[in-house]
Design a protein around this ligand. Sequence first.
Ligand SMILES: Cc1cc2nc3c(=O)[nH]c(=O)nc-3n(C[C@H](O)[C@H](O)[C@H](O)COP(=O)(O)OP(=O)(O)OC[C@H]3O[C@@H](n4cnc5c(N)ncnc54)[C@H](O)[C@@H]3O)c2cc1C
Length: 385
Amino acid sequence: MALLPFYIPKQKRLKVVIIGGGYAGIAALITLLRYAPDTDITIIDPKQQHIKITHLQETFRYPLTDFLVPFADIENRYGCRHIAASIHFSSGELKNYQDKKQLIVNEEVVNFDYLLIASGCEYRAADHDDNVLSLHDFTISAGSELLTQWLNKNIQSEQSISVVGGGATGIQFLFEIKQFLRRIKSKAELRLIHASQHVLEQFPDGFNTYVQSRMHEMDIAFYPNTSYLEQQSGQIFLADKQTQKQFELPSSLSILFLGMKQHNIFTANAFGQVIEDQKPLSNIFAAGDCSYYQSLGSNTLTAQSAVRKGKLVARNILRHSGFFGLLEPYLHHELGYVVSLGPADAVGWLVSEGNVVTGLPALTIKEIVEAQYDLLVAGIDTYLV
Ligand SMILES: Cc1cc2nc3c(=O)[nH]c(=O)nc-3n(C[C@H](O)[C@H](O)[C@H](O)COP(=O)(O)OP(=O)(O)OC[C@H]3O[C@@H](n4cnc5c(N)ncnc54)[C@H](O)[C@@H]3O)c2cc1C
């Protein structure tokens, strides 16, 4: 058992319920058990497995199962409990949970001393259509399987695939798809449709310049300032953002990466305690993409922030439950961010946003960051904070 500064346990066995077993939830679970191995933890998540979602685009090269950790394994390894259920809170009702300290889940009463909400962000979905795929489809089947099945079903002389969305997720998938098509010797054309002039606009300019030059070299057509309207059999319907003029292009398949829905975000104080009616709820914490902390730390929707928030709230739950009750504020700042561009290339920034790194060095940084998280899930915490 590791020693947590400013934590002297008071209560016998602490009951913690974690809603959402993603990056923040798992980081909190492992941190709680590291400092207080007898904590009674229940994870509530509708899925049967934790998904290492930052690897999802790699399922064009590796089986999806490589990136899934069944909650049954997490239960066995960490002695916690998983309940398959989805929990939703409407605004204003958390105070009630703070007072009662219990949830009703699948008709069962689940008591807690502390509740952690780590349910992530929802990804925008589109109307389901045979010729449209979105992020959710890749959480069920590997990219290689989905595309192979689709190409085998739609044998036409000229096939074209439209990837919609030039954010980090869309770009990571775009390059994996291109390389996958090359490996299987498919002649399908690939294009990117994006609503703005530049791709990856939330990152420094160098990201856009590098990605556009790589797209050009790899023969990926680019339609900037273009809104997606719909995909119908054999055609994609689009609109020019500036003129609003609608047009269509031949397209056999659209793959949509439309970003995240920013609703159901829980505002928390600098210690991670949820704020309701302008007052923090002492026993209800939030972490990860579903949280916004009023603090100096970064609230980016990244796995890095989710892990740091998850670890911080675990320490604060323990400290709050013990003597002293001295909590630690969230001050984490991103030290970098890397977007992969297929198996052998990447673009990212390191230490400061002006320091753009590309190619193998960038890819190596990404792999180190991913390996650090893999170690954490395996119970080995190599994070300094
Ligand atoms: C393809 C892809 C690549 C990415 N690559 C990177 C990267 O390279 N680097 C990086 O830093 N970030 C990356 N991100 C972003 C990163 O994955 C997220 O920021 C991170 O997963 C957020 O962690 P989280 O725990 O808040 O949410 P999640 O990891 O999304 O976990 C949320 C969990 O809550 C569960 N849940 C949802 N609703 C409910 C409910 N109502 N009740 C109970 N449980 C619920 C879900 O099933 C899920 O298991 C990527 C995202 C994607 C999609």
